[in-house]
Design a protein around this ligand. Structure first.
Ligand code: ADP
Ligand code: ZN
Length: 673
């Protein structure tokens, strides 16, 4: 009945609401396409060398039209096309209905037309026809050798040319990824010019360090660069060298772009920014020339900051992990290296680049004098999240009793961009509900929404089902509560969320890097707690535990075959993230069998353990489940009120191992349903 979204303690699957896609840029080629179509349209209407009537052959004309005496006039245009006008009343005769079905009555020029190769030939053909059908009234023939006049003739000469040029521009646009200015022909001459957006000094970049919450260490590191940009003399006078390039390393949405912009804002220097992927979509030679041009512009505006987002798009290690080498990307990368080597440290250009994958970068990029500094920007911790909330609520009307600390505690694993998203979403929800200020409820709704689609109150759940869901969730909550190494609970709910989850329990993992075997084992138990309660209370199990079981299976296999946590299988790890082994298993058939058996055993032991625990705490399960049915959402405070303090939440008695690592905390998040 419900599926879960679990986040592993390692945080690699942290709740990650869909960020708004990095906006598909408005595609200029549509404008060109439209322009072309309009041109062609004008051409048609203007009647260049098009004929208005339905085109037929001379034979057809002779037999079906002329012979029947329908033809009133013939008009020969430019010795090339003959327009055939029929008698008006003949068009209305029923017997001609089939023949003339597709012909419009009031066509300019004539209802039919045919082309002739040679005017003399036409004249003799007509003479023959007259002889052949002596009874037919002869058609009046007129000639116009300059149909359409000068302009039209010019058009018909120029149009194919214009079309070609148009198509060429379109192609270049595509390959150039929308180079340069937006104006028609402007783009033609801007191919290869960098499309770096330039924010002029002081006026445009009004982002400062105040807009960047958290990231204190990163700020300290970049402060030096800012100071250098402000007072370059101070540094160069002493012969000091300022690093030209720094790499901002961190997951998406954590504020790398924001930080780079703030640096430009603080130093009051121009900011050039572009994305690595802009370089590679291009045509041969264009990427390199863009790089050249970018640096040329930058040199003119120095001191300044160049920011290259997604540098891995161009900076991937050359010739590695690739079926085909990408010449264009290599050229671009080489040009970037040349440019970075080409200016001296005191020229006042600082190049910043962002990536989430420093490991895939070509080592040439990381050499001294290039991106030789790395500034790590991580997912914000509790305090960081609170600060980010404050920054984004600064300009919003929020209710006075809103507790940003509580909001931060509820959003473990969220990146800055996610929090910005929540704040915006909350404002929208409040506005929709006609409120004059944003309150906690709006934020809770916004968080749920950002986590996984909109709350679906309308989704119909039968009362019996709801009861099973409530007990299932209570099983997770209570088992976690009484398992020493389980993660502390943030909230448990049976409000359906998005399509998948009918309820979920959200946990706050301890902020640390290492996970002990005991913790994984307790995690297994807690995740199985939902199904265990179903069995204990209802004597039946449901499909609601599907993703619990998936999660458990994954975890158990990892413990046995990746973390070496099984006595029988031993201290071995078959971790293969790059899939280097392909379909080949790196162990023998026998070991494989052993792994399977041990995994089964592990899960079985955990299931029996949690079942024993829960039958012991049956009363607590009942209390929580009934409350869930009533309130739908329970927070940690509610659980304390209902079933007492969690026995293990007293001051931590952690082994040295954990104490050591808790210094560099990372906020992680765990959810289990
Ligand atoms: P990245 O470049 O790391 O992908 P961005 O800098 O583009 O992330 O962040 C996107 C948005 O998220 C920012 O414009 C800002 O609104 C918000 N944001 C991210 N990190 C922070 C932060 N540390 N403080 C304040 N806002 C942040
Ligand atoms: Zn569950």
């Amino acid at each position: 009945m419900e599926q879960e979204q679990n986040n592993t303690p390692k945080g690699d699957k942290n709740i990650k609401p869909k960020l708004p896609p990095k906006g598909p840029k408005f595609n200029m080629s549509w404008i060109y396409g439209g322009f072309l179509i309009a041109m062609i349209g004008v051409w048609f209407i203007g009647g260049g060398f098009m004929t208005e009537g339905r085109e037929i052959s001379f034979q057809k004309f002779e037999q079906e039209l002329y012979a029947k005496g329908l033809v009133e006039k013939l008009h020969v245009e430019n010795k090339h096309i003959v327009q055939v006008s029929l008698f008006k009343d003949s068009l209305e005769l029923p017997k001609n209905a089939v023949l003339l079905k597709k012909v419009k009555q009031n066509v300019k020029g004539g209802q039919f037309s045919f082309s002739i190769g040679d005017i003399e030939q036409f004249k003799s053909d007509m003479a023959k026809a007259v002889e052949k059908y002596p009874t037919v009234k002869q058609a009046e023939i007129t000639y116009d050798n300059n149909k359409g006049g000068f302009l039209n003739n010019l058009m018909s000469m120029l149009l194919p040319l214009l079309l070609l040029v148009g198509i060429w521009v379109l192609l270049m646009r595509k390959m150039g990824g929308g180079a340069g200015g937006a104006g028609g022909a402007g783009g033609l001459f801007n191919i290869g010019k960098s499309k770096a957006t330039l924010f002029e000094k002081g006026t445009k970049v009004n982002v400062t360090f105040n807009d960047v919450a958290g990231l204190d260490e990163a700020k300290v590191e970049v402060m030096e660069v800012v100071d250098f940009l402000k007072h370059p003399k101070k540094y160069t006078a002493l012969g000091g060298k300022i690093p030209k390039g720094s790499l901002l390393v961190g997951p998406p949405g954590t504020g790398k772009t924001l930080l780079a912009k703030a640096m430009a804002g603080e130093a009051q220097v121009p900011f050039f920014s572009l994305s690595g992927s802009d370089f590679v979509e291009m045509f041969v030679g264009v990427g390199a020339s863009r790089v050249r041009d970018l640096f040329k512009q930058a040199r003119e505006k120095a001191p300044c900051i160049i920011f290259i987002d997604e540098i891995d798009a161009i900076g991937r290690a050359r010739g590695k992990n690739q079926m085909m080498s990408n010449d264009e990307r290599e050229n671009t990368l080489n040009q970037l290296l040349v440019e970075m080597d080409g200016f001296s440290g005191d020229s006042g250009i600082i190049v910043l680049a962002a990536t989430n994958r420093p490991d895939v970068l070509d080592t040439a990029l990381l050499r001294p004098g290039r991106f030789d500094r790395q500034i790590t920007i991580g997912i914000p911790d509790l305090k960081g999240r609170e600060d980010i909330f404050k920054v984004h609520l600064g300009n919003k009307k929020v209710s006075k009793d809103l507790n940003t600390h509580k909001l931060a505690a509820q959003t473990p694993g969220f990146a800055g961009a996610d929090i910005a998203n929540i704040c915006n979403e909350a404002a929208l929800i409040a506005a929709r509900n006609g409120k004059s200020e944003i309150d906690l409820q709006d934020f809770n709704d916004a968080i749920d929404r950002v986590i996984g689609g909109i709350e679906k109150k309308s989704k119909i759940i039968l009362p019996e089902e709801k009861k099973v869901i409530a007990y299932h969730e209570a099983g997770h909550a209570v088992s976690g509560w009484f398992l020493e190494h389980a993660h502390p609970l943030v909230k448990v709910t049976i409000v359906p969320r998005g399509e998948a989850a009918l309820g979920y329990a959200q946990y706050l993992p301890k902020e640390k890097y290492l996970t002990l075997k005991e913790e994984l084992e307790d995690d297994l138990c807690m995740t199985l707690g939902g199904r265990a309660v179903e069995e204990l209370v209802f004597g039946k199990i449901s499909t609601g535990a599907l993703s619990d079981l998936q999660q458990v299976t994954k975890m158990a296999y990892a413990m046995v075959s990746v973390y070496g946590m099984n006595d029988k299988v031993g201290n071995v790890s078959f971790y293969d993230p790059q899939n280097e082994n392909g379909f080949q298993k790196p162990y023998s058939e026998k070991t494989g069998q052993m792994i399977d058996d041990e995994v089964r055993k592990l899960i079985e032991v955990a299931y029996e353990r949690v079942k024993a625990l829960l039958s012991d705490k049956k009363e607590a399960v009942k209390i929580i489940a009934e409350q869930l049915l009533e309130k739908e959402v329970l927070y940690k405070d509610d659980l304390i009120r209902l079933i007492g303090e969690r026995p293990y939440d007293l001051p931590a008695v952690t082994p040295d191992l954990i104490a050591e690592t808790t210094n560099e905390l990372e906020d992680n998040n765990k959810e289990a349903e």
